[in-house]
Design a protein around this ligand. Structure first.
Ligand SMILES: O=C(O)c1ccccc1NCC(=O)[C@H](O)[C@H](O)COP(=O)(O)O
Length: 268
């Protein structure tokens, strides 16, 4: 079994327990009582590269990364550094996350919040929206074409903006065909878990104009942001470098400043 299959297997087991505790109808009721979702598009389309800053405690590739007792406080630091959105890893077994982290972060910031998880059912989308998420990650490699289209449609129908994550040219084509408006290119190979910094530059030209292009994984600092901006990134999604860095607010501010560098003004 590959890493992704193993993770999704665990996610399905945890999901079965939550579904037994809270039936879908009850979840749908909760969704009706949350505030309307924030639209991330204006922030992601602004000039300069936007930063999505991630709340990430651990990962399959690196194990424990950071002790984050108060995700809301970390998210507030990210927001004050200029983050355009916050990504919250809610997967429990390998990333040490929880949906409660997302609820806490939602209360602490007034910028869009992404549920970053391994979403394979509509139930998880309702959970995300009920917890206050504005965006939800859909990983092409974990879904059939039919599942991808139906989850994109379901997400949009309840106000969530789907961020569709890809790793290959073929997955980008599938994401485009499924109607994705936001495509992430993840530089981390799901078989080896190695990050290849050349991935975004190689694959981004495949994404049609008009779709927001997000570079995910392996962004270590301002130089990477400048390089990714030159390669066409509208947004970078950064976890490890921020949670292991000395100051999350300054860490984000440095990345935002790099993405707004005057040398990038005419990159289109
Ligand atoms: O981070 C991992 O090891 C990982 C392994 C398998 C599937 C997903 C994984 N990470 C999720 C992410 O996509 C990253 O958290 C995100 O892109 C940020 O990456 P980084 O800045 O390198 O922490």
């Amino acid at each position: 079994m590959g890493v992704l299959d193993t993770i999704v297997d665990g996610v399905r087991q945890d999901l079965a327990e939550r579904q037994a505790a809270v039936p879908l109808d009850r979840l749908k009721e909760r969704v009706q009582h949350v505030d309307a979702a924030l639209d991330p598009m204006p922030r992601f389309r602004q000039s300069g590269v936007s930063v999505i800053a991630e709340v990430k405690r651990a990962s399959p590739s690196k194990g424990a990364l950071a002790n984050i007792p108060d995700p809301a406080r970390l998210a507030a630091e990210y927001a004050s550094g200029g983050a355009a959105a916050i990504s919250v890893l809610t997967e429990r077994r390998r990333f040490g996350g929880a949906l409660q982290d997302l609820v806490d972060v939602r209360c602490a910031v007034d910028i869009p919040v992404l549920r970053k998880d391994f979403i394979v059912t509509a139930y998880q989308l309702f959970e995300a929206r009920a917890a206050g998420a504005d965006l939800a990650l859909l990983i092409v490699a974990a879904l059939s074409d039919f599942e991808l289209v139906s989850l994109i449609e379901r997400a949009e129908s309840i106000g969530l903006t789907p961020l569709v994550e890809t790793h290959t040219a073929e997955e980008i084509d599938r994401a485009v065909d499924a109607g994705a408006r936001l495509i992430g290119v993840n530089a981390r190979n799901l078989q080896t878990l190695e990050v290849d910094p050349a991935t975004f530059g190689r694959l981004a030209p495949r994404i049609p104009d008009g779709i927001v292009k997000i570079a995910e994984s392996g962004v270590r600092g301002p130089h990477d942001v400048i390089e990714l901006a030159r390669e066409g990134a509208d947004v970078v999604l950064v976890g490890e470098a921020l949670v292991t860095g000395r100051d999350p607010r300054l860490g984000v501010a440095d990345l935002v400043a790099a993405g707004a560098h005057p040398a990038l003004a005419n990159r289109d």
